[in-house]
Design a protein around this ligand. Structure first.
Ligand code: CDP
Length: 229
């Protein structure tokens, strides 16, 4: 008998290590990993490149360009995981920069942008066998996902992790800037009107402040095994 195939939704605050967990789960299960945050970052990068971000304001002219934006993921065998391809260009390096993180939550608060991306995300998961991470995956994108995990960690732990990640990629930033960005995004993401970040009622809570990568993967795999049995 062939094994049951499920969808896994992972949501949580900024820099909680959702994508690390999602990637490792996908690799273990032979599932596809989809980084929904990368898609919001890609649109933000597009807006910046086209002069559609003025100070803190996103120029809604951006909405007239959506039909010209194509987003795809290409597997990156060197790094593991996948790179975001925006209109044929690999933009993975660009979208991870703090410059993009500073405006992404404002872009993600625009309902038309969410509609545009949520539609694509639902299609990507229609065949099942997907691990998707983000802010509204268990609540809006995949409300029927068989397993939902809500990831959290103490703010200082998250700041450290993201600071190390960004500086190792060559971003010249301070820890204070990273902390301010995480706070600002968490506030915007939890208070926006359309699809705010909330834990789905049927999600499992995973606080990984004191956990190693191996420990969090082990716990998540235990939950997967329960759903597959
Ligand atoms: O990796 P990190 O926790 O920094 O964030 P991300 O997953 O790359 O997402 C970047 C931003 O995109 C978030 O702060 C949200 O504003 C937005 N986002 C969203 O609104 N809905 C999603 N499903 C995923 C991301």
């Amino acid at each position: 008998m062939s094994q049951k195939v499920i969808n896994i939704a992972i949501d949580g605050f900024s820099a909680t290590g959702k994508s690390t967990l999602a990637k490792e789960l996908a690799a273990k299960l032979g599932y596809r990993y989809i980084d929904s945050g990368a898609m919001y970052r890609g649109i933000t990068y597009f807006a910046q490149k086209h002069g559609l971000v003025n100070g803190e304001t996103i120029d809604l002219e951006l909405l007239n360009h959506l039909d010209k934006i194509s987003l795809e993921f290409h597997h990156n065998s060197k790094r593991g995981g996948s790179d975001l391809i925006l209109n044929g260009e690999n933009v993975e390096e660009h979208i991870r920069k703090l410059k993009v993180a500073k405006h992404v939550s404002a872009v993600a608060a625009i309902s038309e942008i969410r509609k545009f991306l949520v539609h694509q995300q639902k299609m990507m998961a229609a065949q099942k066998g997907v691990v998707m991470d983000g802010r509204d995956i268990g609540t809006v994108v995949l409300p029927d996902a068989e397993l939902k995990i809500f990831v959290t960690a103490r703010e200082a732990v998250r700041t450290n992790r993201r600071f190390l990640e960004l500086t190792s990629r060559g971003d010249k930033i301070t820890k204070l800037e990273v902390e301010a960005n995480l706070r600002q995004r968490d506030l915007l993401d939890t208070t926006r009107e359309d699809s705010p970040l909330v834990m789905a009622e049927d999600a499992k809570l995973l606080d990984n402040s004191e956990m190693t990568r191996e420990q969090q993967l082990e716990l998540a795999m235990k939950w997967v095994a329960e759903k597959l049995s």
